[in-house]
Design a protein around this ligand. Sequence first.
Ligand code: NZQ
Ligand code: ZN
Length: 386
Amino acid sequence: MNQFEFKNPTKLIFGQQQLDKLPREIPTSSKVLIIYGGKSAKKSGLINEVKTHLTDFEYGEFGGISPNPTYENLMDLVELVKLENYTFLLAVGGGSVIDATKFVAAATLFDQGDPVDMLIKQIPATKAIPIGTILTLSGTGTEMNGEAVISVKKEGSKIPFQSPAIYPMFSILDPSYTYSAPLEQVNNGIVDTFVHIMEQYLTYPVNAKVQDRFAEGLLMTLIEEGPKAIKQPTNYDVRANLMLTSTLAINGLIGSGVPQDWSTHMIGHCLTAFYGIDHGKTMGIILPAMLEVQRVEKREKLLQYAERVWGLTDKSDETITLAIQKTRDFFESLGSSTRLTSYSLGEEIIPDILRALEPLAALNIKLGENGTLTLDKVAQVIQLAV
Ligand code: NZQ
Ligand code: ZN
């Protein structure tokens, strides 16, 4: 097992009817801005319910955060937060709303120039306005991590940034809030969670038994509960298990002391930035092709995955092929197409994707757990994803 440090300061408040705990979690005398997305949280009545618990605070609200939020749109919100002197940001929504809130929290206090440089130049954000979240869609895991992914329109790119300052102080996780989410979005969340686990687990062995078993347990929970979430959309236990799985998949724990990959995400972000494909769907398209291209490099872990997750015990190349096929079949069975052709895209996108990944070299970011996923190999991944 590799050396590591692990700290996660986010308090989880999990289960139904927990909103009455909201006021005690927000620092006293805060001026609170409630931030939400299109209409879903308003329509379900959640925003009004949240307001009934904020009567001890001065508060305002801002709706209209769009999926895959952009730096350009969020800078208006940064100005509003500064103008009105908000001191606490409460995100109510899915990954897009929470990531947008994290960006605004850090951008408002950023004092090293244009906040776009937190993304483009990866200048670390050292301060942020404190935030809390009320999650309405599980999958991204942003509710318990120090990461956000924001699009920069002028660059045509979608860029992650990390900072200890943007961990939520608390996250209220009520699985029943996800009942109203379109099934397509639920699918996206399951596939995204699966890939988060694989990015940290499916690399090469370092004898990290705890992290491996933890990751395998999370993957098996997704395989068991994922299909039920689609067939029984208001089954509380199913939604609860999926929600906890997605939170634990990317809160730093299973990635501690092990090599990590994240190249499926880097390529997937390009597909979202250029062609507007949902994040979760890009994950389902890229992962099976990535495993195929990297099957020699990832061989030992692929065989372990095949045996422990899919019950395929024969240590052969055919087993690896079958495990990759089962992964693809699982995504497809949820209704998530794993082929670019379903989005009317083909090999012609390769030059765009490669061009978008070139600047990573300038930031000294190498793709793959060994830094050996060259642009040629990325092209092969795209070819296999067609
Ligand atoms: O805009 P609203 O009205 O909220 O509607 C949303 C949106 O249209 C809707 N929705 C959410 N909860 C609902 C609901 N509709 C009805 N009932 C509910 N309970 O679902 C649509 C999609 O929402 P969005 O927040 O965009 O989806 P998701 O949670 O999948 O978030 C995706 C974003 O998270 C980023 C992605 O890149 C993408 O921008 N990620 C963030 C990560 C992180 N910070 O750690 C890691 C991930 O890998 C990912 O990159
Ligand atoms: Zn993801």
